[in-house]
Design a protein around this ligand. Structure first.
Ligand SMILES: Cc1cc2nc3c(=O)[nH]c(=O)nc-3n(C[C@H](O)[C@H](O)[C@H](O)COP(=O)(O)OP(=O)(O)OC[C@H]3O[C@@H](n4cnc5c(N)ncnc54)[C@H](O)[C@@H]3O)c2cc1C
Length: 428
């Protein structure tokens, strides 16, 4: 099996993202107000919001900009969190719950406003985001979500089977919703654009610069890489599913889950005229969900859980994706599949992202549960605000609670996945 754990991810986005800017590796010592670990949406959004507020910032990325999930995801700009608004209100109470619903529902506004503000060329389309019902019970959940969001003024509507077919070109779903607040982007081009904007604002970005340790000395945070150090008043950890040993037990707050996708050759015009013809991207709400969209050249991208528990480019690990794509879109049988890639999603036990204040002036934000295009960008802004003003009531810091028995996560996740597969077959 071809493992890509520390190598190149063969995502379709590379074909259309344009050239990658160059950044140096950290050599020697440098000083900044804030040091950020991780060069994805979260770290770069934090960097931009911090320099906009007048701070000096250094970003340290172990690989290259967007190497993590940010450069290899589905590009779906999804409003809100996994939990329904009413659930958030039950969890946090009316005032804070409603504030969270409002804040996270505006995640796409932040993404598209950054794209506008910095003229980021990333094939951005704000044509709405579609969620599809995997079966009758799942449709009830969608209808309830639509009602809850409509009551709060969101521009969201349910879709019947015929409308789903008109939008997507698939007869495989009995209904769904369209949320006008969402959209899609080429995520690799978006994350590279964030880096370019940060660099233009004098953020120091260092690639191939893995932070081996973070230590506090004389009130400063010192991030050590193999060939240098950044000394800063404050530090942010923005490493999500790729969190390593940089801070004790932080990686034990999330469960990394491999998700992947295939992309076909560009569809011929007759198929493009019917499949996602208005440019939306979509995901279903089955227990092991599938998601799909088109890139700007009309390649059909179809993602979800692959046949492997590790990141891989091996086509044989993607048979389940191709099979499901052909069930949803029988009309694309015969169109060659040209790309296979995967990455890690950070799951949390409560399906919520978290901010942790690990020590004074040291924060982490992670756990985006497959909704990080908008949410990790928003988290970056929240972390930046946290550096500027530690008191941030809307999105409170969580107690630092590593998941018990984290060492057993692989067999436990495998068991859960098998169980969900069975349930999806028996009770779609
Ligand atoms: C296949 C797939 C499809 C997805 N589809 C969608 C989607 O359509 N819509 C959506 O909203 N979300 C989606 N997601 C989730 C989304 O991509 C992530 O939530 C988001 O990219 C997280 O951004 P981030 O900046 O927090 O982390 P990442 O982009 O993963 O960046 C973390 C970075 O930290 C670096 N790093 C780690 N340790 C260190 C260290 N010690 N020193 C320096 N650097 C370090 C890594 O190299 C990495 O580049 C998907 C994820 C995957 C894997």
């Amino acid at each position: 099996m071809l493992m890509v754990e520390n190598n190149e991810c063969d995502s379709v986005w590379k074909l259309t993202a344009g050239a990658e800017d160059s950044y140096p590796e950290l050599e020697g010592d440098t000083r900044s107000d804030v040091v950020i670990v991780g060069g994805g949406f979260c770290g770069l959004s934090a960097a931009i919001h911090l320099v906009e507020a007048g701070c000096s910032v250094a970003v340290l990325e172990a690989n290259v900009v967007g190497w993590g999930a940010s450069g290899r995801n589905g590009g779906q700009v999804i409003p809100g969190l996994k939990l329904d608004p009413d659930d958030l209100v039950s969890l946090y109470g009316p005032q804070q719950g409603e504030a969270l619903v409002d804040l996270t529902g505006k995640g796409p506004d932040l993404v598209f406003s950054l794209i506008d503000r910095y003229a980021i060329k990333c094939d951005a389309r704000r044509t709405g985001w579609i969620q599809l019902a995997a079966g009758p019970n799942r449709l009830k959940a969608i209808i309830s979500r639509v009602r809850q969001l409509q009551e709060r003024g969101a521009d969201i509507n349910s879709l019947d089977q015929k409308q789903v077919q008109q939008y997507t070109g698939s007869t495989g779903y009995i209904g769904g919703l369209i949320d006008a607040r969402g959209g899609n982007v080429n995520p690799l081009a978006y994350v590279r654009g964030l880096a370019k904007a940060a660099k233009a604002n004098n953020v120091e970005i260092y690639i191939q610069s893995r932070v081996a340790s973070l230590q506090q000395e004389s009130g400063l945070w010192i991030a050590h890489t193999q060939s240098g150090r950044v000394m800063a008043d404050k530090a942010l950890l923005c490493t999500n599913a790729y969190t390593d040993e940089v801070w004790p037990k932080l990686k034990r707050t999330v469960i990394p889950f491999v998700s992947g996708a295939v992309a076909t050759a560009p569809l011929p015009n007759d198929l493009r005229a019917n499949i996602l013809k208005e440019g939306q991207a979509a995901a279903d709400n089955s227990r092991l969900l599938s998601w799909f969209g088109l890139d700007r050249d009309g390649r059909l991208i179809f993602g979800g859980r692959t046949g492997s528990w590790s990141e891989t480019n091996n086509p044989s690990d993607y048979e389940n994706r191709v099979e499901r794509m052909h069930q949803v879109f029988p009309q694309v049988k015969g169109i060659p599949v040209e790309r296979y890639w995967s990455g890690k999603v950070a799951l949390t036990t409560d399906s919520l992202p978290h901010i942790y204040e690990l020590r004074k002036n040291l924060y982490a934000g992670l756990g985006f549960n497959g909704r990080g295009v908008a949410m990790a960008t928003l988290m970056g802004k929240l972390l930046a605000q946290r550096c500027i003003d530690a008191n941030q009531p809307v999105f409170p810091s969580s107690d630092f609670k590593p998941i018990p028995m984290h060492a057993l996560r692989k067999p436990l996740v495998q068991a859960v996945v098998h169980w969900k597969k069975v349930l999806d077959r028996v009770h779609p």
